[in-house]
Design a protein around this ligand. Sequence first.
Ligand code: ADP
Ligand code: MG
Length: 735
Amino acid sequence: MKNKILKVKGMHCASCKNLIEGRVKKITGVEKIEVNFATEQAKINFDETKVSLEKMNEEIKNLGYSFEDNEAKMETKIMEHMGHEHHNEDEHLEHKVQFVFPISVLVFLVMMWDIGARTLNFIPNIPMPMELWNLILLILATVTIFWIGQPYLKAVVRAIKYKAVNMDTLIGIGTLTAYVYSALLTLMPQIGSWLNLPTETYFDVTIVVIGFISLGKQLETNSKRKTGETIKKLLGLQAKTALLWKDGKEVEVLISEVKIDDVLIIKPGAKIPVDGIVVSGFSSVDESMISGEPLPVDKKNGDVVVGATINKQGSFRMRATKIGAETMLAQIIKIVEEAAGSVAPIQTLADKISAVFVPIVLLVAFLSLIIWLLTGNVTLALLSFVGVLVIACPCALGLATPTAIIAGVGAGAENGILIKNAESLQKLASIDTVVLDKTGTITKGEPQITDIISIDKNYSEMEVLRYAAAVEKLSEHPLAVTIVQKAKSEKLELGEVKKFESKAGIGVVGMVNKKKVSVEKFEGNDELIEMGKTLVAIKIGGKMVGKIALSDTLKDEAIETIKKLHRQKIEVIMLTGDNQKTAEYVAKEVGIDQVIAGVLPQEKAIKIRELQDKRKKVVMAGDGINDAPALIQAEVGIAMATGTDIAMESAGITLLGGDIGKIPQSIKLARETMKTIKQNLFWAFIYNIVGIPVAAGILYPFFGLILNPIFAGMAMSLSSVSVVTNSLRLKWKKL
Ligand code: ADP
Ligand code: MG
């Protein structure tokens, strides 16, 4: 089974999505296909042994589309992004609009004048014989429909040939009808008088509708591109060259030539080319483009630096650890790209509707044509037929969700919030409970030793520390790291450990000097625990010989974050493997009122489950490595990224820089995005629900009112443009 993302060429409207999906799904060997109109991409799952790309392409070629293999390697993509991509089709559209739009406006003004002259006495008649004006219109309309309107005419031909209708078909039938009818009346007036038809022509409908719809499409393409600008921006962050330290010399090389373990020189003000570790020197680095954090971060020997961030005054050398597609920036781009193209569950509703839409609209249009013809009102029959076809485009419906998702995901990325897919964003909007892991999420995860207590006089405080550190040196737990560091700074000789064993969430055991030594969670009461410290017991040969108390500081933004979450009407719960008393102390300090403590790592997912059983919609925020099962169990898992590894499988959302202040921001972003989608869907629906009956002439018997197809065309373009613009607002929302 193969998974591929392909570029789709030739999509004009939201209903194209259904057409393509319908056709391709029927091919044997195709498991799944998801087409996204906003990104013009198709995600296909298929069996390579049964079906090829060419076969699929053949199938949709008749419908006027084609797939293009777009899976360019990230490296080449980053290399190639400089210089603008050429959008040939878009450019064509632009030229066409430049031609047809002024004509449409002119024709529109003349039409308004004509209406005015007929209804209001003080407006003079158009100083031109009707016949001449008609002839001019005939020429303009002919050019418009056969040149600018080509895609719509092709859609009509396809509809006849392959019985495949989409939005363009509707516009094609509508404008062609108006054109053919008017041309017949103009060129063969005898037919008109023979059938006793009114003398009015509808060239203006053809011209103005095509003109406005083309303009609408052009505006839509522009804003669609703008909603997706984040990726371009991210690509643009990549450095182009690097200063390599080679054989005692500085050599400037292309970034593609940098290899892992190369030593690179970073000068003041320079862009860091790839991910790596500082090996000498000292500086501070502006990481805002990646993490969204405005304050520069100090970098010294051993610190991780990220490609695309910018060095400030200092200068240092770094060893490259990640290059090409492995770099953090490349991972971010990949995640953003995939998320922007993913489908939110809410979209399926819109898709289902637009799938049945086109046939229904055709039916309504023909019905109103027949009904009004039966009443003998040819003008009305024609206007309603064309009007219904033109106003009914579900373009806005198709754009409502994806454009908001793209804008939302982009706004997130610019604030250091990486959203894996649209589904996570949608779910995040409706959660009511946030569960926070204590160590490393609420606290910094860098505990300090506050007390070392000897209980057995055979073991001094330093002996207690030495034995503890001897076992802990094989553990990666933050407590272990701290204990070992302390022992080293006291210059203690750490013995060798044998039979080392780590018990997740409890502690460690091992043999040191033939004695069984354990460092584990202290069970029982102690005033140090009451003070909010984490206490571990050191046992030798099963007997407790000492205790070490550690305390972790809260993250700077922790208190403010909890306040914000409460203001968002979200229940906040602390989940930890630590002692209940310690946990409660920290919880109180930070303003959390609910604590679930003493939970083993493997039980964290069960605790989440229990909350879900109480009908809570839970977000779990943790470090993404230890807490993976809980992150997966939760509605949405939020991982705190600290290093450069961000492609976390278990998390729907990754916060760069381990900043919990981004949790309320993400929730706000999710809520705003969903609000935008709902507004978009509402307006798109309303517009069609009201527009179609009015265009069909339902108001005519009562008020003598009929929607001129010209206004239908304007309304249609306007609705798409307004949906896209509404989505664009997300990009500028302050989080
Ligand atoms: P948290 O849920 O806060 O991340 P853990 O599940 O990692 O905490 O650990 C829970 C408790 O188990 C710690 O507070 C500590 O008392 C004990 N513990 C875990 N690992 C170790 C270790 N390597 N050394 C000493 N104590 C440990
Ligand atoms: Mg932890």
